[in-house]
Design a protein around this ligand. Structure first.
Ligand code: ADP
Length: 251
């Protein structure tokens, strides 16, 4: 059962990433197709050419509708907010990965703040974020030394909930740290990584008015931190984004 859950979670992450990647790749060339078709339709054209152009524009519109659906599937659309418990989000993800972590000889330590307040968030999206961070850590540690230690922590810091995922893997060079959240940046072999995971995480966390950053140095492991503002049920509209200057700490 655990093995099945692990496989499903892996597949969901990569399917979501692939869908989001495809949708963006298709949307880019689609914008000028739609724009120029509309522009031309505004001109005085022979009847038969206008009819052909209408077919081009309608097909492009249909394609845009498909990519919109793909983005919704990949959950890169507006989050569905409800009061949620971030500790539960973390525990759910760890449950999904228990088997994989064990088979990869990774020891997991959790330090979950006992009285973490609930916050308005999309728990499904946040699960996707934590899952991605844990799977990345898992991958890097097992590639580097076939196992390792993973620390997953939640804390309340003033009006912020902080979730951190710390590994003792190979770490990330300064050069790569700057590219981590760019779409399609990956150091994994062809077929193993899409380079979309962290960019999707960044999108989700930003949608929640939070921030995500990495602290790492080559040979010193990596800590990914997600900070989310604590938002009450009524206060959702008033929530201000956290300062977007993400601290980039070098060890
Ligand atoms: P992918 O996993 O498909 O490569 P991501 O956006 O999730 O895409 O990650 C991008 C890159 O960031 C990875 O290829 C890897 O180089 C680096 N990375 C992410 N997490 C870690 C980590 N915990 N330790 C070392 N490198 C990492």
């Amino acid at each position: 059962e655990l093995e099945r859950k692990t496989q499903v979670s892996g597949r969901l992450v990569s399917l979501g990433e692939m869908a989001a990647g495809l949708a963006h790749e298709i949307n880019n060339p689609l914008t000028p197709i739609l724009g120029f078709a509309d522009l031309l339709l505004g001109k005085d054209l022979p009847k038969n050419i206008r009819a052909d152009l209408l077919i081009i524009r309608d097909s492009a519109r249909r394609t845009a509708d498909v990519t919109r659906r793909l983005l919704i599937f990949a959950r890169q659309s507006k989050p569905m907010r409800a009061l949620c418990n971030i500790n539960e989000v973390v525990e759910t993800v760890l449950q999904l990965r228990v088997y994989a972590l064990k088979t990869n000889s990774i020891k997991v330590i959790t330090e979950l703040a006992p009285k973490l307040p609930q916050t308005m968030a999309d728990s499904g999206q946040l699960q996707q974020v934590v899952l991605n961070l844990i799977m990345n850590a898992e991958y890097e540690m097992s590639q580097a030394h076939r196992g390792g230690n993973l620390l997953v922590k939640t804390e309340k810091m003033g009006n912020i909930i902080r979730v951190s995922v710390k590994d003792d893997g190979p770490g990330i060079s300064k050069e790569n740290r700057e590219k981590l959240f760019q779409p399609f940046f990956t150091t994994k072999k062809v077929g193993e990584g899409t380079g979309l995971g962290l960019s999707v995480c960044h999108g989700i966390v930003t949608e929640h008015n939070g921030r995500i950053y990495a602290e790492s140095g080559l040979g010193q492991g990596t800590t990914f931190t997600v900070e989310l503002p604590i938002v009450g049920q009524q206060k959702e509209e008033e929530a201000k984004p956290l300062d977007s200057n993400t601290p980039e700490v070098e060890k």
